[in-house]
Design a protein around this ligand. Structure first.
Ligand SMILES: NC(=O)C1=CN([C@@H]2O[C@H](COP(=O)(O)OP(=O)(O)OC[C@H]3O[C@@H](n4cnc5c(N)ncnc54)[C@H](OP(=O)(O)O)[C@@H]3O)[C@@H](O)[C@H]2O)C=CC1
Ligand SMILES: CC(=O)N[C@@H](CCC(=O)OP(=O)(O)O)C(=O)O
Length: 346
């Protein structure tokens, strides 16, 4: 058994971590940190976890409470994890940060896109980008994991292998992605106000979304040359889920079989990537509350475009589930421990 602590446990991502880890056979949850609900039973904050999580929230002291754990999960808004990450790394323990704070390798890029100063620069170079299926060996050896963003996970999993194997063009990648409202977190905001998000779909942050440099960083590594993407996220009236549709001009004349072979090579034995049959396309309900990423694609011979579709649950594969998968890799547990449950349908 390992001992884990969760900071930011009462946010949506923290709640998914708590749900998943409370059913993990190798884990004991030591604390559920919260500023706002300290001393309150966790199951009063999240009644769905009554009977599964019998623990009070606590506002932890970074100098004392980190001593008793083997791994810390940080699920705080960006800019706020750095002090805790610094402390735990200095103590020689493992940490999985679910914010954007350690994802970008260039600190100037982080500071300019996120508009905050990085207070733990020394830790950045040691951070491993936790895209589980792509970097399993690095993750297994890491002390600090920068867990990927939700949109990047849904976009990098389908694109990384194709760029690595040089079967698609790099200068015409257009991504149209749609997220459920839980992607915006739990704090009330203009984004998640019911009358404004219900029965409404909108594009936002066109050409300026903070996930753009994260996606470009990883695709550049895959392609071995710098590339830029066109990324348009949308807010849709669903609670969970991300559907990403990616358009690439098929200038290389890639065939369906070539692409299928690449996906089979990278993901054929990966439990959490489901490659769908030809003319079957991913949908968010088919991955709801699960750690799956569903992928399929079409080569449109009429327009000579490649269209790739992926679906994930933003809170699970896009955040807490992938973090648990990374913890499993770091501690040598079965990859799917704590994550075996099927999606919920309908
Ligand atoms: N939502 C998603 O789909 C995804 C989110 N992420 C990232 O995971 C992290 C957590 O996201 P999410 O759970 O959605 O966010 P939420 O806003 O739902 O939760 C964040 C929690 O952090 C705690 N907190 C502590 N200090 C502060 C502070 N100063 N300001 C605000 N909250 C604070 C709050 O709990 P309390 O007041 O009880 O301490 C709050 O509930 C973020 O970095 C996010 O970008 C990553 C991938 C997907
Ligand atoms: C719907 C919605 O608002 N989504 C959020 C996703 C951000 C997020 O989750 O942030 P990180 O993954 O980078 O931590 C957004 O677009 O800002």
């Amino acid at each position: 058994m390992i001992k884990v602590g969760i900071i930011g446990s009462t946010g949506y991502v923290g709640a998914e971590l708590t749900r998943l880890l409370s059913h993990h056979s190798e884990v004991e949850i030591m604390f559920l940190d919260s500023r706002s609900y300290a001393s309150m039973e966790y199951s009063r904050v999240y009644p769905s976890l009554r009977g599964s999580v019998e623990k009070e929230c606590t506002s932890i002291n970074l100098d004392e409470d980190l001593e008793n754990i083997d791994v810390l999960f940080c699920a705080l808004p960006h800019g706020l994890s750095q002090a805790a990450v610094k402390k735990i790394v200095e103590k020689g323990k493992k940490v999985i940060d679910l914010s954007a704070d350690f994802r970008l390798k260039d600190v100037d890029v982080y500071e300019s896109w996120y508009g905050v100063k990085h207070e733990a620069r020394d830790q950045l170079s040691g951070a491993v980008y936790g895209l589980s299926e792509i970097y399993p060996e690095e993750i297994a050896k890491a002390q600090l994991i920068a867990n990927p963003g939700c949109y990047p996970t849904s976009i990098l999993l389908p694109l990384y292998p194709l760029l690595k194997e040089d079967v698609i063009d790099t200068d015409s990648i257009i991504i149209d992605a749609k997220s459920g409202v839980s992607g915006a977190g739990r704090a009330p905001s203009d984004t998640n106000l019911y009358p404004q998000c219900n029965e409404n779909i909108k594009a936002y942050s066109i050409g300026s979304h903070r996930h753009t440099p994260e996606i470009e960083q990883e695709l550049t590594i895959a392609a071995g040359k710098e590339l830029k993407i066109q990324f348009t996220p949308h807010l849709t009236p669903m609670t969970r889920g991300i559907l990403s549709v990616i358009y690439i001009s098929n200038k290389k004349g890639t065939t369906y079989q070539q692409m299928k072979d690449v996906y089979e090579k990278y993901y054929g034995d990966q439990k959490f990537i489901r490659l769908l049959e030809e003319n079957e396309y991913p949908q968010t309900k088919a991955v709801y509350a699960s750690n799956y990423c569903d992928i399929s694609f079409k080569i449109d011979d009429r327009t000579q475009n490649i269209i790739i579709v992926s679906a994930i649950d933003n809170l699970v594969k896009g955040a807490a589930g992938q973090a648990v998968q990374n913890m499993n890799l770091m501690f040598g547990f079965n990859t799917d421990e704590g994550l075996q449950h099927a999606p919920i349908w309908p």
